[in-house]
Design a protein around this ligand. Sequence first.
Ligand code: DX5
Ligand code: ZN
Length: 246
Amino acid sequence: SPTPIIAPSILSADFAALGKACSDTMSQGADWLHIDIMDGHFVPNMTFGAPVVTMIRPHVEKPSSAFGRGTFDCHMMIAEPHRWVKEFKKAGCDLYCFHYEAALQSTAADSPSGQTEEKTSPAKLIRFIHEQGLRAGIAVKPKTPVDVLYPILDSENKEEVPDMVLVMTVEPGFGGQSFMADMMPKVKELREKYPEMNIEVDGGLSKKTIDQAADAGANVIVAGSAVFGAKDPSEVITKLREAVEK
Ligand code: DX5
Ligand code: ZN
């Protein structure tokens, strides 16, 4: 499978000193920054929007290649995800990961093209994200089965195929929840079907739970409280990476 990527979630960082928290976690060995955007509507919690991403961007060097070190992995836990693509591109986002469930509920009235007759769909949104020069990720909540993604992943239109799938291993909304091991069959099934795809897991990942995720085939590992709550964050990042490498 593709290279291991460790993406600390800044949800558990000190928001009053966010720039330094971001540059520190990068020098402690992080590959990407996982940036949780919550709107208090799609999930029962709020974080921040594009202005904060703009402010932290200068603290982390832009990636020199697709999926490279310094990638801003924006996890959009928001309704109407198509409305914020341009804004986040401008703010310095590299990978725009929206929720399948949110895209399904978006209305045609404000579709990416602005044409009322065009239906917003995950595929159309992925195309739109790519047109803006971003990588596209698609996330599924615990109750969403992965097979809904197969028609999207198997599309003949390469511009409408996502670059990453995020399998949530907690209900989105809060850091520090317990890892849902029962999500691993989803990861396993995806890995068997798509050996080269980036598969991200998010929620409850730690030194204790990483082996289950790694064995199932996840290669992009998000960890919030396990990294930012650690006495020695670089040791945690190293351990997570080693578990995926082996
Ligand atoms: C949860 C967020 C996660 C969260 C993970 O809704 O999407 O990224 O920060 O936090 P931990 O690693 O503490 O479970
Ligand atoms: Zn997240």
